[in-house]
Write a protein that binds this ligand. Structure first.
Ligand code: ADP
Ligand code: MG
Length: 445
């Protein structure tokens, strides 16, 4: 599959070729004004600001442009030219700037990720309401909106839904949606090509900036710095910012204090773990959308009951069932579900919590559960406590600060220390490594 980065790079190469072949005049007046609008499934869409330009380019260079793209990459199935009037008014700018205009910074939006496909329940209603509010409001009432929650719980879906809705209401508002990873990629690329001014200008001309999975820039200092400045510039101009993260700003490690505090300025909303009713609602909606298969009610209930990890897995399970039933030509049943989803069901059984770990470890070493959070530092309790911290880090998806809080409000550096200490010790001390193996096994089963 073609990644977004490689498409941007290919587009650079196509442009360079065109410049050489057509010459500077034609390039600067015509071809250089094309910009990359979107791509998906190997379909490239190039945009230009006027019909006049399109009508000139299409018969003369249309085929050549297609051949160049396909020459660079066989996976490209089509290249289409469209007129996008939003680009007009910029045609006085240098052709260079336009190739990466603000609209092409935005990643493509998934057409399935809209509000009407987003099922609301107690775990996500607060965030969903904030998201709808932002999409409906003409002005900025809170800034930023931070949506956080574990993987597969609907953060990206909601962000796309906001973008679709804003675009639908006002086509002229420039909505830029991209992952933090892509933000970083663009930034590093701009640095390399000494185009940071253009980079800044492009991002700062967005009306709504959405950065998905912002935790990615944790620890990436220069990218973080740049994001911080972009953030401030946009907030100053009263532009809307929406950010998602896999944990709360307070729990983001490797984020500068000033950025963390900015992130808390607006509304911070969590998407919690799903409830049974929400899972049921989602499965019902998804199975109503299925054209050629029907899923019996008892199977839907079974899945909602068993697959609790996240919505992506839930969807994946449903897809697998349908695919399997089509393949073998038999309707979906409870038996087939149990059979086909064997591995998934097992993985969902194994969800260990910090509390369970503390209990098991305390039992194992014969200390009191309360010692897990007590300040006592005697070796007899401190070592088991460290082991429990270590296992919490390994077996749950909790962050270091969260783990620390569960151990009597200890600092995240204490947890970090415990993790590396146990790591070291278990290499030297085979008794300890056996203890850990055993504990893991009992926790897993
Ligand atoms: P995240 O970005 O939080 O990891 P996604 O937004 O990618 O999660 O969601 C994973 C999948 O679950 C997507 O296919 C999405 O459409 C679906 N999904 C998540 N939440 C909901 C919901 N409330 N209603 C319907 N589908 C949902
Ligand atoms: Mg996501």
């Amino acid at each position: 599959m073609l990644s977004e980065e490689s498409v941007i790079d290919l587009w650079e190469q196509v442009r360079e070729k065109l410049k050489i072949e057509a010459g500077d005049t034609v390039f600067n007046n015509w071809l250089g004004l094309l910009s990359l609008s979107s791509f998906s499934d190997g379909k490239i869409v190039l945009a230009i600001h006027s019909k006049f330009h399109k009508d000139w380019i299409e018969p003369r260079y249309g085929n050549r442009i297609r051949t160049l793209w396909q020459g660079f990459n066989k996976d490209i199935v089509s290249v289409t030219l469209i007129v996008d009037e939003r680009l007009s008014g910029k045609n006085t700018r240098k052709a260079e700037d336009l190739s990466t205009s603000v609209l092409s910074l935005s990643s493509p939006l998934d057409p399935r990720y809209t509000f009407d496909k987003f099922i609301v329940g107690p775990s996500n209603n607060f965030v969903a309401a904030a998201a709808e509010r932002i999409s409906d409001a003409a002005d900025v009432s809170f800034n930023p909106l931070v949506i956080y929650g574990g993987v597969g719980l609907g953060k990206t879906h909601l962000m796309h839904a906001i973008a679709w809705k804003i675009r639908e209401k006002n086509f002229n508002r420039k909505v830029v949606y991209l992952s933090a990873e892509k933000f970083m990629y663009q930034f590093v690329r701009a640095l390399r090509q000494q185009e940071t001014m253009a980079f800044k200008e492009q991002f700062r001309s967005a009306d709504v900036l959405m950065i998905d999975d912002v935790q990615f820039i944790a620890g990436k200092n220069s990218t973080q710095e740049e994001f911080f400045h972009t953030f401030n510039a946009l907030v100053d101009q009263n532009k809307q910012i929406i950010v998602s993260s896999d944990r709360s700003p307070a729990d983001l490690e490797g984020i500068e204090e000033r950025l963390r505090s900015r992130l808390g300025w607006g509304i911070v909303g969590e998407i919690h773990q799903t409830t049974y009713e929400l899972r049921l609602g989602i499965l019902q909606a998804k199975s109503d959308d299925l054209k050629n298969s029907s899923i019996p009610k008892n199977v839907i209930e079974f899945l909602a009951h068993k697959i609790t990890s996240n919505i992506r897995e839930l969807e994946g399970a449903l897809k697998r069932l349908v695919a399997h039933s089509q393949l073998v030509g038999r309707p979906v049943s409870l038996e087939s579900a149990q059979d086909v989803l064997h591995d998934l069901l097992r993985a969902n059984n194994r969800r260990v919590t910090i509390e369970e770990i503390q209990k098991k470890v305390a039992d194992y070493f014969n200390i009191r559960l309360s010692d897990m959070s007590s300040p006592r530092r005697a070796r007899a309790v401190a070592r088991p406590r460290q082991i429990a911290m270590y296992l919490s880090k390994q077996l749950t998806s909790k962050s270091l600060p969260e783990i620390g809080r569960n151990f009597g409000g200890r600092d995240h550096t204490t947890v970090m220390h415990a993790v590396s200490r146990i790591d070291e010790l278990s290499v030297e001390d085979s008794l300890l490594s056996d203890d850990i193996e055993l504990l893991k096994r009992t926790l897993d089963s």
